[in-house]
Ligand binder design. Structure first.
Ligand SMILES: Cc1cc2nc3c(=O)[nH]c(=O)nc-3n(C[C@H](O)[C@H](O)[C@H](O)COP(=O)(O)OP(=O)(O)OC[C@H]3O[C@@H](n4cnc5c(N)ncnc54)[C@H](O)[C@@H]3O)c2cc1C
Ligand SMILES: NC(=O)c1ccc[n+]([C@@H]2O[C@H](COP(=O)([O-])OP(=O)(O)OC[C@H]3O[C@@H](n4cnc5c(N)ncnc54)[C@H](O)[C@@H]3O)[C@@H](O)[C@H]2O)c1
Length: 481
């Protein structure tokens, strides 16, 4: 660590990185009257979520879903038709959505909050100073919010063949061809389905034993079945070993897998995870340490090993979601601005993979709960039995609720709009609610949200519709006139 200097423009708070996490901290701190600098390397605010992550991927998935519905016309009594996707037009729509949302992240909006916005790459000079272009900033406190970048495996031939990542995927305008997707996490699964629905022949290779390995095994199975039914080819428990590059752009590369099989593909999408972005920051000069995985090490108050430097979002994890970066930003505001010892609590952190069917989770999965406690109870309701799901023609999937000692400690939903169904379950896990809190609330009929109530009904069903209870009910009814 370098000896701290005193020169430079002085700020109460210097935020490094203008994505989901950094923008949340800077806007609140600025409006609360702190002298705040926001330093962003890329030349525009919004970060990955807006430009190359959540927003473009969800816009692309929407076009893909419309294509799917067109093909499914006959399921609804309409003439089915095979869409002719225009990748150029799809990409233009995706960028139009991004541009529309970019207005929220206009630098002038942040300047109006009193934030000094500086477009430059930041580098620590010592524990209290950074260089940002030709300026030197002194900060009482700092927030590191530099996000993550695609982790590309070292596979012989891959670089020579050329590949897409989320950083250039949304600029694809060429007509549909053959695509190999490497990685079966959220990026791989969402994008494989989007491209398949937009007419591409897609093969997905997943090193893990199943798709979305962090999710409930049953949910992962339902998803795989749905993807295969749409014509996706999936290899799990297999790894990309080597690529034999095509001689010309129109020919196909050969992707050799660990089990000796070979996949032909014109294009390759690499979706094998992400590395925290710390390169060039010179964290050592500030005394900020990293974990074994390269993430910035933080405590539950989001403080790094240099106590006046905080970190939020993908650069520290432990998960990589935009809403987690925002949540951690709130923890930092409480600690660094209000000086309250707030701690992050991820017990009820939701996550959603926006494929179709969507996969949503809050709290523990059934397997995690069983492993941790050994005395849990799981009840499941299927969309195939739910009136609204049948009316919608979207009856794939289920909700699974995990109970322990009369409390809801986890929920998995795989099915139509699963992410939209999550909030009541997030409240249930967060508030350690009892099953009666779900069943006691009147759910509008017919809604998909009734699925949670149905799973709770199973919980009570097992307890109520038993001979001793039946006997008691008969006895009361005979006794009381
Ligand atoms: C394809 C894809 C889809 C996704 N979909 C979802 C989703 O649906 N829901 C969800 O919750 N999450 C999703 N994510 C994850 C989400 O995008 C990230 O978790 C989120 O953007 C992280 O926010 P952040 O603030 O940590 O970092 P970022 O948004 O990446 O922002 C970091 C910023 O720091 C800047 N920076 C880096 N180094 C420096 C430096 N030295 N100096 C100054 N600035 C610097 C970068 O230019 C960048 O603007 C998705 C990710 C991908 C790849
Ligand atoms: N809907 C969402 O919230 C959403 C969407 C997209 C991304 N994200 C976030 O972005 C991050 C990155 O997502 P991701 O899907 O790239 O990463 P990931 O780490 O979640 O999944 C990558 C997968 O690639 C596989 N893999 C690794 N190397 C491989 C190889 N050589 N061959 C074959 N398979 C290989 C791994 O088994 C792993 O399951 C995630 O942490 C996720 O939280 C979130």
């Amino acid at each position: 660590m370098s000896a701290p200097g005193t020169g430079g423009e002085r700020f109460d708070l210097v935020v490094i990185g203008g994505g989901s996490g950094g923008l949340s901290v800077a806007s609140v701190a600025g409006r609360l009257g702190l002298r705040v600098a926001l330093v962003e390397a890329s030349g525009e605010l919004g970060g990955e979520c807006l430009h190359t992550g959540c927003v473009p991927s969800k816009a692309l998935l929407r076009s893909a879903r419309v294509a799917r519905l067109m093909r499914r016309g006959a399921d609804f009594g309409l003439e089915a038709c095979e869409p002719a996707p225009d990748m150029g037009a799809v990409s233009r729509r995706v960028h139009a959505v991004v541009d529309r949302l970019q207005a929220h992240d206009d630098p002038d909006r942040f300047r109006s909050y009193g934030v000094e916005v500086i477009f430059a790459a930041a580098r620590f000079l010592d524990a209290h100073r950074i260089a940002a272009g030709d300026r030197v900033l002194w900060g009482r406190r700092f927030v590191l919010a530099t996000g993550s970048t695609p982790a590309v495996p070292e596979v012989p031939g891959l670089a020579a063949a050329g590949y897409w990542t989320n950083e250039n995927l949304f600029d694809v305008t060429e007509p549909a061809g053959e695509l190999a997707v490497v990685g079966g996490g959220p990026v791989g699964v969402e994008m494989a389905q989007a491209f398949r629905r937009l007419g591409w022949t897609v093969t997905l290779v997943q090193r893990g034993a199943r798709l979305l390995p962090a999710e409930d095994g049953g949910a992962s199975g339902v998803l795989r079945e749905a993807l295969e039914a749409e014509g996706l080819t999936i290899h799990t428990g297999n790894k990309l070993q080597e690529v034999v590059p095509a001689a010309t752009r129109d020919e196909r590369h050969a992707l050799r897998l660990a089990d000796g099989s070979e996949i032909p593909a014109q294009r390759i999408l690499v979706a094998t995870g992400r590395h925290p972005t710390t390169g060039g920051l010179d964290l050592e000069a500030a005394g900020v340490e990293r974990t074994e995985t390269g993430a910035v090490a933080v405590d539950r108050r989001q403080r790094t090993t240099a106590r006046h430097i905080y970190a939020v979002g993908d650069v520290c994890g432990p998960y990589q979601y935009s809403h987690l970066a925002n949540y951690q930003a709130g923890v930092v505001i409480q600690n660094a601005v209000f000086r309250l010892p707030a701690r992050a609590d991820l017990t009820a952190l939701p996550r959603v993979t926006f494929c179709d069917p969507e996969v949503a989770q809050v709290g523990l999965t059934a397997a995690e709960a069983e492993q941790r406690y050994g005395d849990t109870e799981v009840h499941r309701a299927d969309f195939a039995d739910l009136d609204r799901a049948l009316a919608e023609g979207e009856a794939t999937g289920f909700a699974k609720l995990v109970f322990r000692r009369g409390r809801i400690i986890g929920a998995t939903v795989v099915g139509p709009h699963a992410g939209e169904l999550l909030p009541q379950l997030v409240q249930a896990v967060r508030g350690k609610l009892r099953p009666k809190d779900i069943i006691g609330a009147v759910h509008a009929y017919p809604t998909l949200a009734e699925i949670a109530k149905r799973a709770v009904e199973k919980y009570y069903g097992e307890r109520l519709f038993r001979p001793p209870v039946k006997g008691l009910v008969r006895w009361i009814n005979r006794l009381v006139p």
